[in-house]
Design a protein around this ligand. Structure first.
Ligand SMILES: [Mg+2]
Length: 221
């Protein structure tokens, strides 16, 4: 399904692609509203509505991914609150097997995430994925999220890769669309980013629920 012989570089998203998005969804829908309600003496439903509205207002912007911005908006130490529920940070099924496959195939593998460095560091500390990357890039390093062409221009200037021989894997169709506009030849969408929620449709992209579907020689149902 994936033409591995035509790929030298693999660019991988983190949240919802390598790691279970359940952590992030739980944090924003449950943990943060709970702490926000306690701190500001609100009902949980009022706090939940308030956080939900703030999330919806800035989704997809670099600020939305910035923990300092959320600390300012909520009056709460967001990085510390994330650490309180760090036990929920998990790799998705077959993530490590997929990373081992890419290493065995001698592909150049880069992690490219919109996550803030504080969030990124917490997740790397809680999982075994870090050694598999030749570079780990936060969009905050380039001051532009993956949704914008500036991100891809900065990535191309900093890291040597041929877009025509590159695969990019992400769980967010608007980000895959941004990579496509830049000219990344191979795109793969993860349809089941959150283990606790139902699968998404992936619009125009090749989609898989699980990495075992793209590792040659691995049987799956
Ligand atoms: Mg993602």
């Amino acid at each position: 399904m994936i033409p591995w012989h035509a790929i030298d570089t693999v660019l991988l998203d983190m949240d919802g692609t390598l790691l279970d998005l359940h952590f992030d969804n739980y944090f924003w829908a449950e943990h943060l509203p709970t702490r926000f309600a306690e701190h500001h003496n609100l009902s949980l439903s009022t706090a939940r509505e308030h956080i939900h509205r703030l999330v919806a207002e800035s989704e997809g912007t670099l600020q939305w991914y910035c923990l300092d911005h959320w600390t300012q908006l909520t009056g709460l130490p967001i990085a510390a609150l994330k650490a309180e529920v760090a036990h929920k940070i998990q790799t998705r099924p077959h993530t490590l097997k997929f990373l081992q496959f890419l290493r065995a195939q001698q592909k150049r593998v880069l992690l490219i995430t919109n996550a803030h460095r504080d969030s990124l560091n917490l997740k790397l500390a809680c999982t075994d994925i870090a050694p598999y990357f030749s570079a780990i890039i936060s969009a905050h390093d380039y001051q532009a999220p993956k949704e914008l062409p500036q991100f891809w221009q900065a990535l191309a200037a900093a890291e040597h890769f041929d877009p025509a021989r590159t695969l990019f894997v992400d769980d967010t169709p608007r980000i895959l669309a941004s990579a496509k506009r830049f000219g990344i030849a191979q795109l793969l969408c993860i349809t089941q980013p959150d283990s606790q929620r139902s699968a998404n449709s992936c619009a125009d992209y090749l989609g898989v629920a699980d990495f075992d579907e793209v590792i040659p020689g691995v049987s799956h149902e």
